[in-house]
Design a protein. Sequence first.
Length: 127
Amino acid sequence: MNSLGNLVRNLTLAGLLLVVMAAPMATPALAHAIIVSSVPAAGATVAGPDIDLAITFNVRVDADRSKLTLTGPDGSSADIAILPNDSPAVLSGHLTGLKAGVYSVRWQVLATDGHITRGDVNFTVTP
Ligand SMILES: [Cu+2]
């Protein structure tokens, strides 16, 4: 093979390598879940006793394999029922009978890449 042929072959290999390396970056949907926003927002003060909860993630999450837990001002915890909604990237619930104080919602979610992530959203309820 002459030198031009070698050059063409090497450039083709380099091009293929770039495509292979770029492929994972072209599929951002396959990532673990990071919280984007929430209602109530972290650190917010909201009026009780009933509150709609919605946590939005950067990717679709598996609601059936995800878990929301509410811890109240007295330290007691309870599972939050995850309600159906229109967005696969949102977990929502409805909290009722909240007394005044600081609450924490612990979220643990399974994303499409198979990774579980978790975190907390704290907020204050006023009567
Ligand atoms: Cu991941």
